[in-house]
Design a binder for this molecule. Structure first.
Ligand code: FES
Length: 122
């Protein structure tokens, strides 16, 4: 099972009209393509993941389970996600969470069905 990075850009996450921080979708897609990260972790820009109060939300899915991150706002935090994906290459399991992301982790829904979010291969 490939690692997944699911970045929410739904009704609240990244909605600047509601006063929320932007989600740097272009930056992520550009870096993913330039560094060929799709092999290490598939990037999905998703609709609402059901935890709007934690915006902006990113879900990391690995063999070991799910890691929910909320309140992303700084570019350095999105860069840390890139590093996490990159460092997960050729490893047994996922890389450790960079320190800058540890403080953003929250207890998210481990049972959330990803079928609607990732219809091609949940
Ligand atoms: S819009 Fe991101 S969790 Fe709802």
């Amino acid at each position: 099972m490939a690692n997944r990075v699911i970045v929410c850009k739904g009704c609240c996450c990244g909605n600047v009209d509601r006063g929320h921080d932007e989600v740097p979708v272009e930056f992520l897609e550009k870096v993913w393509a330039e560094r060929n990260l799709e092999r290490e972790a598939k990037l999905t820009i998703s609709g609402c993941l059901g935890t709007c109060e934690m915006r902006n939300v990113v879900l990391l899915r690995t063999e070991g389970g799910r890691t929910w991150l909320g309140g992303l706002s700084e570019k350095v935090e999105y860069e840390a996600i890139v590093e996490w994906a990159s460092n997960s290459a050729n490893r047994e399991g996922a890389a450790n969470l960079p320190a800058v992301l540890e403080k953003l982790e929250f207890e998210g829904n481990q049972q959330l069905s990803l079928i609607d979010i990732l219809p091609e291969n949940p």
